[in-house]
Design a protein around this ligand. Structure first.
Ligand code: AMP
Ligand code: MN
Ligand code: MN
Length: 320
C-alpha cells in the first residue's frame, strides 16, 4: 500500500523532478501526469514531463499538454523520477538506468511488482494523485480538476466498469465542484473520431472472428491496414471494447502490429474471467478485466499461442 505521506516527504527534499508515464499514454496517465506537475510546481519544484510516445490527438485538450516532451531520450539528471500508471519498465525509457537518485512509482495495476508504491484498489492513478495532493494540503484548481476528472472518467469507461467505486464518484463530484467541465472531456475523448478511424473500425470489425463456443472473439490490425486507411496505432483506442460487447463473448482480444514481427495484444473480460495472471505470464500485465502485453513473432504464431492460452483460462475459470 502506498502512504502518500512518505511520497510527500521524499519529494520535499527534491528540487528537480521528472514525471513519466507508460508508452502509448492514455487519459489516466496523462491526466495524472499534468495534475502532478501542477501540484509540484505549487511546491516550487522544477518539473519535467517526458514520455516515450507523444500525446494522442484526443488528449490535446488537456491544459499544459504541450509541455510534455516525447522521444527515447531525456537529457540530464533529476533529484527524483516519478513513474505514473505503470511500472518503470513500461515507460520504455532508460532501459532500467533511471536518471534520478529517487525513483517513485504511483500506480494502480495489480500486476505491478510490489516493491514499488502501489494501490491496486484505486479506480485510476488519478484517484491516487488526488489523495496525494489533498494530503500535501494543496488546493485543487480548475486545471488540475479537469486533468484528474479525465483520468478517472477514462479509466472507469465513463463510470461504467467494475472499478467504478463510491470513492471515485465522491472524488469526481469534488472535481466537478472545482470546475472540471465534463462535456469538454466527453467531446474530445469520445465525440471526436476522425473519419479515417471509423473507416478503420469498419474494416477491422468486418473481419472479426470468434471461437466455436462464442466465448472468445478477436480482431487484428496490421501495419498494412494502417497504411491503407491513413491511420495510426492511436486510432485503435477502445476497438477491443466493441469486440467484448458481443453477446456471449467473455474475452475479447485485439492483435495490433507494432513491428514487422511484433504484436501488441489487448485483452478484455466481461468479469467472469480474470486476465491479469495470463497477461503477466505473457510478459505484460494489467487488471482483472483489462490487460495487455507485447509479443514477438509472426501473427500466425502469436495468434495460435494467445487464443490457445485464453481458451484454457476460460475453460479453467468457467468450465465448459
Ligand atoms: P490496453 O489493452 O493497452 O488498453 O491495456 C489494458 C490494461 O492493461 C491497461 O490498464 C494497461 O495499463 C495494462 N497493460 C497493457 N499492456 C501492458 C503491459 N505490457 N504491461 C503491463 N500492463 C499492461
Ligand atoms: Mn494507463
Ligand atoms: Mn490507469
Amino acid at each position: 500500500m502506498s502512504d502518500p505521506r512518505t511520497i510527500i516527504e521524499a519529494l520535499q527534499n527534491c528540487r528537480t523532478v521528472l514525471i513519466s508515464v507508460h508508452k502509448s499514454p492514455d487519459g489516466d496517465a496523462l491526466g495524472s501526469q499534468i495534475a502532478l506537475m501542477l501540484a509540484l510546481e505549487k511546491m516550487n519544484k522544477t518539473v519535467t514531463c517526458h514520455n516515450l510516445d507523444p500525446v494522442p490527438q484526443i488528449y490535446r485538450f488537456l491544459p499544459h499538454q504541450a509541455r510534455i516532451t516525447s522521444g527515447p531520450n531525456v537529457a540530464g539528471r533529476f533529484d527524483a523520477m516519478i513513474v505514473l500508471d505503470s511500472d518503470p519498465p513500461r515507460t520504455g525509457l532508460f532501459a532500467g538506468d533511471y536518471p534520478a537518485s529517487t525513483l517513485i512509482n504511483i500506480d494502480h495495476h495489480i500486476t505491478n511488482p510490489r516493491v514499488w508504491r502501489l494501490e491496486a484498489s484505486a479506480s485510476a492513478t488519478g484517484e491516487m494523485i488526488y489523495r496525494l495532493v489533498q494530503q500535501a494540503g494543496l488546493p485543487i484548481d480548475r486545471e488540475m480538476a479537469l486533468c484528474l476528472y479525465t483520468s478517472i472518467f477514462t479509466d472507469t469507461g465513463s463510470f461504467r466498469y467494475s472499478n467504478t467505486s463510491p470513492e471515485c464518484m465522491r472524488i469526481s463530484a469534488a472535481l466537478l465542484e472545482a470546475g472540471a467541465d465534463p462535456w469538454l472531456v466527453t467531446e474530445n475523448v469520445y465525440e471526436s473520431n476522425s473519419y479515417n478511424r471509423l473507416k478503420l473500425l469498419g474494416t477491422v470489425l468486418g473481419n472479426m472472428e470468434r471461437s466455436p463456443d462464442h466465448r472468445m472473439a478477436w480482431v487484428v490490425v496490421t501495419d498494412d491496414l494502417f497504411q491503407k486507411t491513413g491511420t495510426t496505432s492511436e486510432d485503435t483506442d477502445n476497438f477491443v471494447n466493441y469486440v467484448r460487447s458481443v453477446s456471449g463473448v467473455e474475452v475479447a482480444i485485439l492483435f495490433r502490429q507494432t513491428a514487422p514481427k511484433q504484436y501488441k495484444i489487448s485483452l478484455r473480460s466481461k468479469g467472469r474471467v480474470d486476465l491479469s495472471s495470463l497477461a503477466q505470464a505473457l510478459g505484460g500485465g494489467g487488471h482483472k478485466n483489462a490487460a495487455g502485453s507485447t509479443l514477438d513473432g509472426t501473427l500466425e504464431d502469436i495468434r495460435i499461442k494467445v487464443l490457445g492460452e485464453v481458451a484454457k483460462v476460460i475453460q479453467s475459470q468457467m468450465g465448459n
